[in-house]
Write a protein that binds this ligand. Structure first.
Ligand SMILES: [Fe+2]
Length: 375
């Protein structure tokens, strides 16, 4: 999987083209990654009150998340046990006044997913209520983010908790008040590229010099030596006088309370496979949720999170951060779409990772481990 490029140096091969192009490979990723791992789908405050619901799509599986009367979250496959009708027909949000009523024949479930009533049917008609609960989906939260797990019985048996998947991330980000933050702006991008191309792109800054001139003016370290000497643990410094991700490098918003000296002036980033990317500035956080729909189609939801104490101010305006991110995002998505088109050429077999793209080797390993080593 590698070729020598110089003494001690190696160019490692990427995954083969089929991993980025073949519908069969994508189907296996859906089953063995997106239906087995915890997938971030949004923010907990989308479900404020008991009875509130949202419907999210995870690689084609429609999932209904509800806030129960006790105040917890529950998630169910959006599929009536009677004839399979969707309980809520579209992605979106709403409120259940009582239980969850299927629009087809009015079978009605509790918010916890138990079948409560089926019109004109009794146990004596063969209606085994206890066996007709909605198919459950695991749901958990961290930092105000909601994560789903589509095979909860198996996950529980194997101890695959959200905490295990997040690993050291919560500890590294403990000073950021993530749970308190609120979404001030949300941009949804439809990108014609494989989800792994986008994660690989997020994983390295070798491309920052050529692709992101404005970003490199703000963060010169991103283009030095191909981004090979970035200290993500401590955070990446901005240019002299700049301290956050806006075109000017400053803003009128205050930094989050409780950050350490580095965090008040440096930029941090985290990638939690398979679909959750966080970029952290001192006064805002950009979260990227990655939703693949096919080998070459990916929706990216970019949420911009701020502290409520700043959002409450009369002159609050997130546009300085949002516009800067939108510029950088569009540069990224355009180059990812170019990669996808180029990979579909008949001559492309696989690519190479340079040493400064070494984090992307993680993706090769991650995919291989979960798809049985076949990549
Ligand atoms: Fe980029």
């Amino acid at each position: 999987m590698s070729v020598e490029v110089r003494a001690g140096g190696r160019l490692e091969r990427t995954l083969p083209r089929d991993a980025y192009l073949a519908p069969e490979h994508f189907a296996r990723e859906k089953e063995w990654i997106f239906c087995r791992e915890w997938v971030c789908v949004g923010r907990e405050d989308e479900l404020a009150a008991p009875g509130d619901y949202v419907v999210k799509d995870v690689t084609g599986e429609s999932i209904l998340i509800v806030r129960t009367q006790e105040g917890g979250l529950r998630a169910h496959y959006n599929v009536c046990r009677h004839r399979g009708s969707q309980l809520v027909p579209d992605c979106g949000a709403g409120h259940f006044a009582g239980g969850i009523r299927c629009p087809y024949h009015s079978w009605t479930y509790t918010l916890e997913g138990e079948l409560r009533t089926a019109p004109f049917l009794e146990e004596s008609d063969g209606l085994a209520r206890s066996e007709l609960s909605l198919h459950p989906v695991g749901v958990d939260t961290w930092g105000g983010f909601v994560f789903l797990q589509l095979t909860p019985d198996e996950a529980e048996a194997r101890g695959r908790t959200l905490a295990a998947q997040l690993g050291a991330v919560p500890e590294r980000l403990r000073r950021y008040p993530l749970a308190e933050l609120r979404v001030a702006r949300r941009i949804t991008y439809e990108v014609q590229a494989n989800w792994k191309v986008m994660l690989e792109n997020y994983n390295e800054c070798y491309h920052c010099g050529p692709v992101h001139p404005e970003l490199c003016r703000l963060v010169p370290a991103f283009k030095q030596r191909g981004g090979s000497e970035l200290d993500w643990e401590r955070g990446i410094p901005h240019r002299e006088g700049a301290w956050t991700f806006t075109a000017s490098g400053t803003t009128n918003r205050l930094p989050f309370e409780g950050l350490d000296e580095d965090e008040r002036i440096r930029h941090k980033g985290e990638l939690v496979y398979p679909n959750f990317l966080l970029s952290l500035s001192a006064e805002h956080v950009a979260a990227f949720l990655v939703f693949p729909h096919g080998p070459d189609r990916t929706t990216i939801v970019n949420e911009f999170l701020f502290h409520p104490s700043e959002m409450a101010k009369a002159d609050f305006d997130p546009v300085d951060a949002v516009e800067f991110w939108d510029l950088v995002n569009r540069q990224d998505w355009a180059i990812c779409e170019s990669v996808q088109r180029g990979m579909s050429s008949r001559v492309f077999r696989s690519g190479y990772y340079a040493p400064m793209e070494s984090s992307s080797l993680d993706i090769r390993r991650y995919i291989a481990e979960r798809l049985g080593g076949e990549g």
